[in-house]
Design a protein around this ligand. Sequence first.
Ligand code: FES
Length: 154
Amino acid sequence: MANTSDAEHDRLAAAVEILDRLVAFDTTSARSNIELIDWVAEYLQSHGIGSTRSAAFEGKANLFATIGPAERGGVILSGPKVVVTRTADGAVHGFSAVCTHQGCTVDVVGHGTIDCPCHGSRFDAATGAVVAGPALRPLPPIGVEVRNGQVFRT
Ligand code: FES
């Protein structure tokens, strides 16, 4: 494969193998999906990822899994457009939730970053600094403090 490293090629081959296996399941809506659900649950478990099955109705199920840190890295408030993060050291940080690229509201906090859905900018959850563009400027800080388990603007 041109222009790919061996590692990239291996990851792509593994992904194709998984896709081949998934599309081989008969997922016709009138039939059971339990065989597919079992396979996915076992695959996730083999990678240390737990899942929860919910039975939709006879012969059908849904599977829920969370990949990545179980704890939420922060919350985004839509009223004042503030994002409040908590870093691993327990410190709480506040920033404007308005992306400095073109003004979209950031929508995800996790894995140490605050992410913008519009063009993919990512900001450091502890400092607001740009981790990935196209944004060039950090998210402006907003003073917050925790009192009695509640977050207040300072
Ligand atoms: S507005 Fe956020 S990346 Fe463009």
